[in-house]
Design a protein around this ligand. Structure first.
Ligand code: GDP
Ligand code: MG
Length: 233
């Protein structure tokens, strides 16, 4: 009972609720990144994620308490139809490859970018921040994609770039905080442009409501636009 009360009070105190997606080829370490982030654990065995799964993480960035709901997608093509549905409402993306696996970089990344473009409506306006993650840097002797190659790709596609290791825990939190910072910038820019643009009263109310919901996760019971409510995503 007291645990439930504590959990609820933590949820009510967060300043933002963001929905984020992690994608990339199978076995690049997506589930391991989330497990390291949420439980600080690392498992050597590869257990295939089926379809989609999600993990919650509370994180404080720039003094703001953020509740992150991170969708973990399956990298296998047989789940494409399922995973695509979860792309639509993503506010940020962690795009991962394995620095020891050339295919996950050279053919994996373009394939995932194409899929993000096709499924995230705001993608073309660069409204959805992406962080590129080169994972497994503890396996330095097996590395086939250099740091500069990864960085160049990220710069060409307007992404932040982090190299990580789930085995040693290097840069996992930093990469996720980097994404959250970029989402917060985007939310505040949207909020700014909203006051400058000329919207009809209905559009104005709807847009203000959806921004308020992304800022505070404590008060969406009265939601008139349920389909937009982050709690329903
Ligand atoms: P996913 O299919 O992308 O979710 O990949 P998993 O998280 O299941 O990881 C696939 C395999 O890579 C597992 O055997 C993990 O133990 C391993 N792995 C993941 N991240 C790392 C890492 O940073 N270093 C090393 N050495 N192995 C990793
Ligand atoms: Mg997985």
């Amino acid at each position: 009972m007291s645990t439930l009360r504590t959990q609820l009070s933590v949820e009510h105190k967060c300043d933002h609720l963001f929905k984020v997606l992690i994608c990339g080829d199978s076995a690049v370490g997506k589930t391991s990144i989330l497990t390291r982030l949420v439980s600080n654990k690392f498992r050597v065995a590869h257990i295939r994620t089926l379809g989609v799964d999600f993990m919650m993480k509370y994180i404080t960035v720039q003094g703001q308490r953020v509740q992150l709901k991170i969708w973990d997608t399956a990298g296998q093509e047989e789940f494409d139809a399922i995973t695509s549905q979860f792309f639509k409402r993503a506010q940020g993306v962690l795009l991962a490859y394995d620095v020891t696996n050339s295919r996950s970089f050279h053919s994996g990344l373009p394939k995932w970018i194409k899929k993000l473009k096709e499924n995230i409506p705001q993608f073309e306006d660069a409204k959805v921040p992406i962080v590129l993650i080169g994972n497994k840097i503890d396996l330095e002797d097996q590395r086939v994609i250099s740091h500069s190659e990864g960085l160049k790709f990220a710069q060409q596609h307007d992404m932040a770039y982090y190299e990580t290791s789930c085995a040693t825990s290097i840069n996992i939190t930093e990469a996720v905080c980097g994404l959250v910072e970029r989402i917060m910038e985007e939310v505040s820019a949207t909020s700014q442009s909203m006051t400058e643009s000329q919207l009809s009263p209905k559009e104005d109310a709807e847009k203000k409501h959806s921004i308020e919901l992304s800022k505070s996760c404590s008060d969406c019971q009265c939601c008139k636009w349920k389909c937009r409510c982050p709690r329903n995503m």
